[in-house]
Design a protein around this ligand. Structure first.
Ligand SMILES: Nc1ncnc2c1ncn2[C@@H]1O[C@H](COP(=O)(O)OP(=O)(O)OP(=O)(O)O)[C@@H](O)[C@H]1O
Ligand SMILES: [Mg+2]
Length: 270
């Protein structure tokens, strides 16, 4: 049974895509079977592994459209690309924006991705979903499919403002479409030389306690270079600070979910 993580924050540019790829590649490095899903019309995750164009046909939009119809066998059709670094990717598509506009008119659209992932749950240890900077229907779909939401957050004053809206959305999803959904926060782009950042990190620790991953991802320009090179940081600069921190995060996440699995959390059915 895979562990499905949605990487969500409606605030833009807070390292959702960077975290999805770097964490995914770090988990794969540890021998985990990883599937990445680029649910963002911007396609940044796909571009970050060198995929610049969606397939001409049979891509993510057709896949989701299939899932919305609740076919019984979702395994027969999956727009899967296999990439170096041990990652499987369902690449994004700018046309996701048009699909998103239609979703509210479709009955039970929230379950579209959940229906599809049921068919492949045993093929992967981790499924990571990269979401767009919005709480729109595609993100609702991801939140309904996920076991857990990882919220990347920067340690600055304004970053905290959007968090309550996001947490309220998660609580609503938990009530209506996904009883087992949990969330955690990951402090990213942390500048240890900045006093305000240190104070904000302490506040996040005070407010969220165990929901904040102990691993903190610092500022590291090698991450920007890795995205340009189309490689995950653990491959592009394996000894960089960011690579080491994302590896540490992967270890922390694996330890957490192995514990949870032992207690049967992912066996919960909906
Ligand atoms: N720890 C870091 N240190 C320095 N730069 C970083 C770090 N993490 C991410 N970046 C850079 O910040 C920019 C935004 O990151 P990213 O695209 O991952 O954010 P995002 O939340 O996915 O954005 P969007 O909301 O548009 O989807 C990118 O150029 C990325 O390379
Ligand atoms: Mg992104």
């Amino acid at each position: 049974m895979s562990c499905i993580l949605a990487i969500v924050n409606q605030k833009g540019g807070v390292a959702k895509t960077t975290t999805c790829l770097s964490l995914g590649a770090s988990l794969a490095e540890q021998g985990q079977r990883v599937l990445l899903i680029d649910l963002d019309p911007q396609m940044n995750l796909s571009v970050s592994v060198g995929v610049r164009e969606p397939p001409d046909e049979g891509g993510i939009v057709a896949w989701l459209t299939w899932g919305l119809k609740e076919h019984s066998d979702h395994r027969s059709f999956m727009p899967l690309g296999l990439h170096p670094h041990g990652l499987a990717l369902v690449s994004g598509d700018p046309e996701l924006a048009a699909l998103e506009r239609q979703l509210p008119g479709i009955a039970r659209y929230e379950f579209g991705l959940h229906n599809l992932l049921k068919g492949v749950a045993s093929d992967y240890d981790y499924v990571l979903i990269d979401c767009s900077p919005s709480l729109g229907p595609l993100t609702v779909m991801a939140l309904t499919a996920a076991h857990h939401v990882v919220i990347p957050v920067t340690a600055d004053y304004l970053a905290a403002w959007g968090l309550m809206q996001l947490i309220t959305t998660i609580e609503t999803i938990k009530e209506h479409t996904n009883l087992i959904l949990e969330y955690s926060l990951l402090c990213v782009m942390f500048d240890r030389r900045n006093g305000i950042s240190r104070v904000m990190l302490e506040r996040l620790q005070g407010s969220f306690g165990d929901r904040l991953w102990r691993t903190v991802i610092g500022l590291d320009t090698r991450l920007r270079e890795a995205a340009v090179a189309g490689e995950p940081i653990v491959c592009y600069a394996p000894k960089s600070r960011a690579a080491q921190q994302y590896r540490q995060l992967a270890q922390e996440i694996m330890a957490f979910f192995e514990n949870r699995n032992g207690r049967g959390i992912h066996a919960a059915t909906r």
